[in-house]
Design a protein around this ligand. Sequence first.
Ligand code: TPP
Ligand code: MG
Length: 319
Amino acid sequence: MADFEEITDVSQLEELESPLSLPALEPVAAPAPAPETANLARRMREDCLAITSSSGAGHIASALSVVDILAVLYGSVMHVDPQNPKDPERDRFILSKGHGGSAVYAALAECGFIDRNDLLKNYYANGSIYSGHVSHAVPGVELSTGSLGQGLGVACGMALAARQDGQSWRVFCVMGDGECDEGSVWEAALMASTLELDHLVAIVDRNGMQSFGPTDETALSLGSISDKFRAFGWAAVDCDGHDHAALKAALEMPHGGQPLAVIAHTVKGKGVSFMEGDIRWHYDSASKDELRRALSEVALQDGGFPAGSVVRMGERGEA
Ligand SMILES: Cc1ncc(C[n+]2csc(CCOP(=O)(O)OP(=O)(O)O)c2C)c(N)n1
Ligand SMILES: [Mg+2]
């Protein structure tokens, strides 16, 4: 017979004897099942926080912003094999906003491409393959990036190669919204629609911030990015970038004959309350105390985030 202090599960309450008179348990609606990738995202957040904090590296908020996008891609959309990272038939992934590289390493570690302990020990160390901006020296990484605006052009070349070789693999390219200020992004976007690169999916991490503040106040005004891609001849869709079911549906949307742009509305620093939307965390990394607080919040996130937890750009009064 369990004592009240030993109760760890609601079902054990029935085993309790009086004199404790407990109120009848109200029937509650069953929670929506957690998407299979929510657990992966939680582990990735923990890895990103740990490696950036222990090494003193920056860009943790940029990594947390894309964790859910990468968890859905690696966990349920892309065809990739950790045992065979160079499989010629694999889908290709490019993180064009290379400063968020810790999120890619975390995905690769959690999916078995690289050794997690090796990553935890050597991230950002002198001579290590795990540089802060993502490096193709790491198994599973297709392209080193960091100079913004380069990834989409390379992704176009890959998608063209897939089609010319009669292959069915796809290319996924994640860009930042601040990165979309680069003219080279729009030159590549025009090329993709001109060549009808339907193997290509661009994902924009629309967190509304870049390095020094909000995108529209500190740099160029972006307005509706999906409207811009449509005007450039792409299929385009907006979605909540932390809702895994919405992301999966958007990434798998039929887009016959055209490249697809998914505008994922996100929160920079998502998952750690004191990092969300605070520009400090573009460059800063968590102290030991801050890391402890952050990890304790993330530990509770196995079920993912409720749908609609992101304020859409249009609702903030932007076009
Ligand atoms: C060509 C180029 N210009 C400037 C930078 C410096 N820089 C690094 S991150 C960053 C902001 C990027 O913002 P965004 O693309 O929105 O990514 P986020 O950090 O919000 O994920 C800038 C300007 C760079 N890396 N490359
Ligand atoms: Mg941004």
